[in-house]
Structure formats: C-alpha cells, structure tokens
Design a protein around this ligand. Structure first.
Ligand code: AMP
Length: 233
C-alpha cells in the first residue's frame, strides 16, 4: 500500500464526542486514502490486554469513563507517528482530548512540517447515548456492530462469528462520565486548535450514511492538501 503525494505528509484530526462515528469514519478513510489510523483508545486497550506494568491504573480510569494521563497518551502518539505506515499521512481518532495534548501535537506537527485539518463530527447527545448503548464489539477481531431491538442475529460477529460483547465503557453509567469528560476536558480543544490557526470543518455526523459523511471528508482531504490520495494496492 502506498500513499500518493507523500511529499505532503498530512494529518486528519477526527474530533467529536464518544460515539460520534470517529472510528467508523477512520476505518473508511484509511482504506480509501491510504492513511494510517491512529486510535489512542485502541492503543490503550491493546496495552491493557498485553498486561504490562501500568495496566491496572489505566484500566480503572478507562472503565470509569475518565481520561488517561496526558504524558502516557502523548508518548504513545509520538512513537506511533514515527512508524513507517504513518509516513504518508495519518488519521488521529480520539486524540487530542485535552488542551495539553493539543499543545504537544501542535508542536509536533510544526516541527515535522505536517499539515493538518480538523474534522468536527457533530452529533446530538441523545443520538450518542442510543448509539453507544446499542454498540457491541467482537472480542476476537474487534469488529463493531450496532444492536437494534429485535435483531438477535447481531449477537454474533458478522466477520468471524464470535459472540459480540458490550464494551465495559459502553455501560450507561460510564457513558455519562465519558460525555462529562468530553464536555469539560475535550470540548475546549476545538477552540484551542482554532486559535492556533487550524482549519476546522464542521460535519453533520447524524442522519446520514457513514459513506456519505466519508465522501464529504474525503473531498476536503483532496481539496485541502491538493493531492489525489487513493489507495494503490
Ligand atoms: P475511545 O475508544 O477513543 O472512546 O477511548 C476509550 C477510553 O480510552 C477513553 O474513555 C479514555 O479513558 C481513554 N482514552 C482514549 N484516548 C485518550 C486520550 N487522547 N486521552 C486520554 N484518555 C484517552
């Protein structure tokens, strides 16, 4: 796989509350535009599974709906963007989530001359709560499906057939805490980035098919970065 126009290394920052569709958009856009998908939530979950040292504290924070310390998340991202697959460009999903993270990212992007655009996925909280409480994840392959009442077939993963589970942090009481963390710690990041001169594209993230939203974002990528970014292999 190769990204075209790699002299223009760029970064797409997917911004929005939990359940706004950042992961879904990232999965579509990474394929279509040959970008690395960097999800701090996924990286942290992998870390927990590998059971290394800081596991317990981080697990407790994540399962309660709070935010993991900036230093840890910043280090994960700094290391990740150096990997070969991120050299053409990358999508940030769930990062930055605090102003301190945004400040570090801004410094990194400037130092490495990586251009960036922010996509703000706007979704009402009532829609988010319904989405997150219906979300099921496959413990084997990570696929995500949405459970709709009276649709028992979604009990099993459409990709590998394993039994789907509710993510610990998709329990109702944790959803409330995650939205609180978003309001108090993450929402201010948008103004910080705007103030730092980042272009912010406001995208309606509900009542439209994910593919339609992805093409709107894709058009922005091609327009903003002036390159035809297509997957070549
Ligand atoms: P996500 O999968 O993006 O919803 O993230 C799941 C959980 O991981 C969050 O509720 C946080 O506890 C933690 N997390 C993910 N990204 C970050 C971040 N950038 N800063 C702090 N905590 C994070």
């Amino acid at each position: 796989m190769a990204a075209l126009g790699t002299n223009h290394r760029f970064c797409l920052i997917l911004f929005g509350p939990p359940g706004s569709g950042k992961g879904t958009q990232a999965a579509i856009l990474r394929e279509k535009h040959a970008l690395a998908h960097i999800s701090t939530g996924d990286m942290l979950r992998e870390r927990l599974e590998s059971g290394d040292g800081l596991g317990k504290t981080v697990a407790e924070i994540m399962h309660s709906g709070g935010l993991v310390p900036d230093e840890l998340v910043n280090r994960l991202v700094e290391e990740r963007i150096e990997k070969p697959d991120a050299q053409g460009g990358f999508i940030l999903d769930g990062y930055p989530r605090t102003v301190a993270q945004a400040a570090l990212l801004d410094g990194l992007l400037q130092a490495k001359q990586i251009r960036a655009v922010v996509i703000h996925l706007k979704v009402d909280y009532t829609v988010i709560i319904a989405r997150l409480s219906g979300r099921r994840q496959c413990p084997s392959c990570g696929a995500v499906q949405h459970f709709v009442r009276n649709e028992p077939t979604l009990d099993l993963c459409g990709k590998c057939g394993s039994k789907m589970v509710v993510r610990d942090d998709d329990r109702p009481e944790v959803i409330v805490q995650r939205l609180k963390a978003y309001d108090q710690q993450t929402q201010p990041v948008l103004e910080y980035l705007r103030g730092a001169g980042y272009r912010i594209l406001e995208v309606q993230g509900q009542l439209r098919k994910p593919e339609v939203i992805a093409s709107e974002i894709g058009a922005e990528i091609d327009g903003e970065f002036g390159v035809a970014t297509v997957r070549t292999a």
